[in-house]
Structures are given as structure tokens and as C-alpha cells.
Design a protein around this ligand. Sequence first.
Ligand SMILES: C[S@@+](CC[C@H](N)C(=O)[O-])C[C@H]1O[C@@H](n2cnc3c(N)ncnc32)[C@H](O)[C@@H]1O
Length: 208
Amino acid sequence: MSNDDFQTYFHQRARRFSSFYSSESVSRMLGRGPLFDRLRMAVDMAVAAGAKSVLDVGCGSGPLFSTLAEKGIHVTGIDPADNMVALAKTEAAKYPGLVTVQQRSWADIDEVDAYDVAVALGVYDYVSDPADLLGRMGRAAQQVIGTFPSPGARTGLRKMRYGMRGVGVYGYPVDGYDDLAKRAGMKVLEKVPLGKAGFVVRFGRIPA
Ligand SMILES: C[S@@+](CC[C@H](N)C(=O)[O-])C[C@H]1O[C@@H](n2cnc3c(N)ncnc32)[C@H](O)[C@@H]1O
């Protein structure tokens, strides 16, 4: 799968995907509760890490912006998909001076120590070289928070559904996080289960 297929998929489904956030109770009934759980976990982890600035990779429509901005945390959201960026910019406009949106891919993250924490929610699911993404996020920020879907039936069904549209979906065995972290020059600091969906994992740099 190319990055283009991944971004095109979300460009075309930006409104539908962002609508999942309009009602938590409806989303929970439809089995999409982990979307809300992962937002809360990421915010709690970023706050516990003392973050004053966050890079939100694959920010989508910006569901993380409000909670972080209301805590006074600066957010830079990046996403390459036109329609997602349009929604994210509308959301960012509610928090002038605190939230910025840039239209670009994770493959262009070349910043070093520009943020306290880098977060990617629902992004590693679609990335064929996760160590590259984790390494970039880990150079941009001291700590990285990401969601990782477990392999298994649920991810298998998603692989089929997304595969029909040319988008690859990747599952991550829980005993593989340490190796992934090592390949990116990082270590696992914390992993919290996200129901059956997978894990939210917090990584830190290995001191040189
Ligand atoms: C499943 S959505 C998650 C959006 C948001 N993080 C959330 O939790 O609602 C995945 C997002 O990754 C974005 N994306 C696709 N290709 C990307 C790339 N190369 N770099 C960064 N983000 C990308 C998509 O446009 C989409 O907004």
C-alpha cells in the first residue's frame, strides 16, 4: 500500500469518519467506543508527561485539539488529506494561538526536539514501516504515544474491508512493541489495553 492510498481513503471519508465523534453513546453502541477511550488515554499520558506542546500526527478532523488546548497545551496537527485538513482547520480556529494545522505527511517529519510529545491515534494501523514513523516521531519529541491494533479476527476483517480499497491494515502483537521501539531508538514506557482493539503505547527515547 502506498501512503497515497491511505490518504485518499481518508480524504474521501473525512466527514463520515469525523461523524463518529459526534455522539459518544451512539459510537459506543456501534462498537466504536475505543475511539473515545484512546483520546482520553492519550490526553492523560500527555498531561502526565508534562507536555506543553504536542505533535498530532494524522490528526484527522482534530478530535484531540479541544481537550489539549483547554489545558493550555499547544498542538500542531499534521495530515495530508485535503478534506481532513479542512475539518481540522475549522476545529483549530476555535483555539487561536494554541492549535496549528499543517497539510503534510508523517514521511516529512524532520523536526528534532520541536515538541514535548508526539501522538498518532489510528495511524500505525495503516503504516507498512512503523519503525520509520516511530523514529521520526521520536526525534521530533522526547515521548511518543501511539495506538496499535492487535492482530486477530477484528483486524483480519478490517484488512479485508480496507484491502478492497487498496489500503493495507497492519496488526501488532503485544510482544513485538519492545522490538519495534528498539528499531526506532526508543523504549516502551507504558502500554495500556484498549479493550479488544489493541493497545495505547507510550515510548521514550533511549538515552545516548
Ligand atoms: C483513522 S484516521 C485517525 C484520525 C485521528 N487521529 C483520530 O484519532 O480521529 C487516520 C488519519 O491518518 C491520516 N493520514 C493518511 N496518510 C497519512 C500520512 N502519510 N501522514 C499522516 N497522516 C496520514 C488520514 O488522512 C487520517 O486523517
